[in-house]
Design a protein around this ligand. Structure first.
Ligand SMILES: [Zn+2]
Length: 303
């Protein structure tokens, strides 16, 4: 056991292939980012203990630190202010699966439940789960949502329960994505769809800026997937991927960078977001052709 920035950390094997041979890529805020020599998964090693990581998300400050962005790299600028944008992102996420009849939906890493609340308005029977006590209390008390506090692995729900699972900017925070996906596999109906959105370390921008990539925000992010490592992780846990796309606007919603947030806020304030949506979609398509994005969303079916 070593301590890095006050967090207890331990050496871990690769969560994708179980290999233990890795090469050092970067050191960020005293944490080592390594790449598995066998499968290419990028992760923190040593990795903080799950209990210590959970504490990071347990304060109101993580979700609302307006005006304090410079004092700490953790958390969202002002989560609740982003409701309009998260609603937009939720609609965009569901577009490729809009033919699916509404049923039971689980949002993993639901945070304060803002997207989940929108899914409920669309007719889904919504459930959420998140590690944060503060965020889940907000979701239950303020929004009246069915939200559990803790890990997916500990959910006390029947097998083959869900028709759709969403995991938006969550998988990179989870100590063992493999265990979480295996637990989700049990909870999902055969043929049910899981939507996983995360950042793509194989994008051209992270290749250029290397150790200064904005999503190397440790120790919140424990894993740095690429399209191929994420697809393989899903395959190995019983999912078959049928669509890979970019959802760049998601990152803008949760970014602490004012430069990214300002135009998004402007569009929402003047109710222009829906009008520019086709333009954004075209930009995403161009992004996809040129492979410029550093975000990725996988749509996979439970086998
Ligand atoms: Zn590996």
């Amino acid at each position: 056991m070593v301590r890095i920035q006050g967090l207890r950390c331990q050496d871990v094997a690769c969560n994708l292939c179980r290999g233990s041979e890795s090469e050092h890529l970067f050191t960020v805020h005293s944490f080592n980012v390594v790449k598995c020599l066998n499968c290419g998964l990028v992760y923190l090693n040593p990795m903080p203990y799950p209990e210590d990581i959970a504490n990071v998300y347990d304060s109101r400050e993580y979700y609302c630190k307006k005006g304090h962005q410079d004092e700490t790299p953790l958390g969202y600028a002002d989560y609740a202010m982003l409701e309009g944008h998260l609603t937009f992102v939720a609609n965009e996420l569901l577009r490729p699966v809009r033919h699916i009849k509404t049923g039971r939906l689980l949002d993993v890493g639901c945070s304060m439940g803002i997207m989940l609340n929108h899914f409920r308005e669309l007719g889904w029977d919504t459930y959420g789960v998140d590690i944060s006590t503060y965020a889940t209390e907000y979701a239950r008390d303020q929004l009246g949502l069915k939200v559990f506090t803790g890990e997916v692995e500990k959910l006390d729900l029947p097998e083959s329960y869900f028709d759709l699972v969403t995991m938006v900017l969550t998988i990179e925070h989870i100590p063992s994505p493999r265990d979480t996906l295996e637990a989700l596999h049990r909870l999902m109906k055969p043929g049910a769809v899981i939507i996983v959105a995360t950042h793509d370390i194989d994008g051209p921008w992270p290749r250029i800026v290397k150790g200064r990539w904005r999503y190397l925000n440790v120790p919140e992010h424990l894993y740095f997937f690429s399209k191929s490592t994420l697809k393989r992780m899903l395959e190995e846990t019983g999912f078959s991927t049928f669509r890979i796309t970019e959802t760049a606007t998601i990152a803008a919603a949760t970014s602490n960078e004012t430069l990214l947030r300002a135009p998004i806020r402007f569009l929402h304030r003047y109710l222009l977001m829906t009008r520019v949506a086709p333009v954004l979609r075209s930009l995403h398509a161009i992004n996809r052709m040129l492979n410029l994005s550093d975000d990725v969303t996988l749509y996979s079916r439970r086998v």
